[in-house]
Design a protein around this ligand. Structure first.
Ligand SMILES: [Zn+2]
Ligand SMILES: [Zn+2]
Length: 344
């Protein structure tokens, strides 16, 4: 079968012909119908995130049709439409038993530690394949499995309750999903902090409140807009110490800051004035849980989470086209997502 693989870090991905993977008793073989091209794939290619088991087929945002099932698989059959949870976990360690598989000691990420979806076919354990309703396209099913799932996990970790106000720092793919999902939680006002004017304009069309960080301190702007109180929940989706600090400072009493963006910088706060006095919480967010995916898929099914067709661009399963898409991702400022749709 055809696959597009990372053979050497720092080099373009390569077209390859590899054997169709073997399936185990509890696995499913899926014919890939759509595979999202993600920022993390660009990071693997550039060696910003390390991969040490090369060559490997990238791609962790996957939807398709079940082609064949292992002999122990009873809840899926050939022809079923599915999307893929990208964390393959052991299922029996102390974390897996508690449903916290992102901490599994032997966990593997699809498209990093094992072959991913930039291919005609992929094998995953059946427990990683979630039914995709007919009304959700394969393209949307694929891209939901990464940034939308993580945005959802951030809101769950922050324990967002109906009516509570939210500040979102950064309006990329995560922010776009986070805004819609926060609304699906029936939240109060949503403030979106950005510096990009096109993104700030799109915040307005989504009926949230744009906060232009270039026009002045976003913390002060949020305080003014909330009558001095601050917000109940903030999400930091950028990955900078500066905006992480702002995400803590903009909270009101009992507020929760969920930090999602990645950075190697250290961050400082004033413990008494900014944390203890207000009993606020700073919460780390990493990936998402399999148990969250059915609710996420239902939000897409009911139209609460939407990706307008103009936000999707399609390329072939072709190394040249995929490399160009990865190049373009580095400096993209829009919400357009590129999805690989292999020609059948
Ligand atoms: Zn991704
Ligand atoms: Zn485990």
């Amino acid at each position: 079968m055809k696959a597009v693989r990372l053979v050497q870090v720092g080099k373009p991905l390569e077209d390859a012909q590899i054997p169709v993977p073997e399936i185990g008793a509890s696995d499913v073989l899926i014919r890939v119908a759509a595979a999202g091209i993600c920022h993390s794939d660009a990071h693997y290619r550039e060696n910003i995130s390390k991969i040490d088991n090369l060559p490997v087929t990238l791609g962790h945002e996957i939807a398709g049709r079940v082609e064949r099932v292992g002999k122990d698989v009873t809840d899926l059959a050939a022809g079923d439409r599915v999307c893929v949870h990208y964390l393959v976990h052991c299922g029996h360690c102390e974390f897996c038993r508690r449903g916290l598989e992102q901490f599994c000691r032997s966990g593997q990420m699809v498209g990093k530690h094992r072959d991913g979806g930039y291919a005609e076919l992929i094998v995953v354990p059946a427990k990683n394949a979630f039914r995709l309703p007919n009304e959700i396209s394969f393209e949307v099913g694929a891209i939901m499995m990464c940034s939308s799932a993580t945005a959802f996990h951030a809101l769950n970790n922050a324990r967002l309750k109906p009516g509570e106000s939210v500040a979102i720092f950064g309006f990329g793919g995560l922010g776009f999903s986070a805004l819609q999902l926060a609304r699906a939680f029936d939240c109060g006002p949503i403030y979106v902090v950005e510096i990009n004017s096109a993104k700030l304009a799109s915040v307005k069309t989504l009926e949230a409140i744009p906060i232009d960080a270039k026009a002045g301190d976003p913390v002060e702007q949020i305080r003014n807009a909330t009558g001095g109180k601050g917000v109940d929940v903030s999400l930091e989706l950028i990955g900078s110490a500066k905006t992480m600090r702002q995400a803590v400072q903009c909270l009101g009493p009992l507020g929760r800051a969920a930090l999602v963006g990645l950075t190697a910088e250290s961050m400082s706060i004033f413990p008494y004035a900014e944390l203890i006095n207000k009993e606020v919480e700073i919460i780390g967010v990493s990936d998402h849980l399999a148990s969250e995916l059915p609710a996420l898929i239902e939000f897409a099914h009911s139209g609460k989470l939407r990706f307008p067709p103009e936000a999707l661009r399609v390329v072939d399963l072709d190394a040249g086209q995929i490399n160009s898409a990865l190049d373009a991702l580095q400096d993209s400022i829009d919400h357009v997502r590129t999805v690989i749709v292999p020609k059948s």
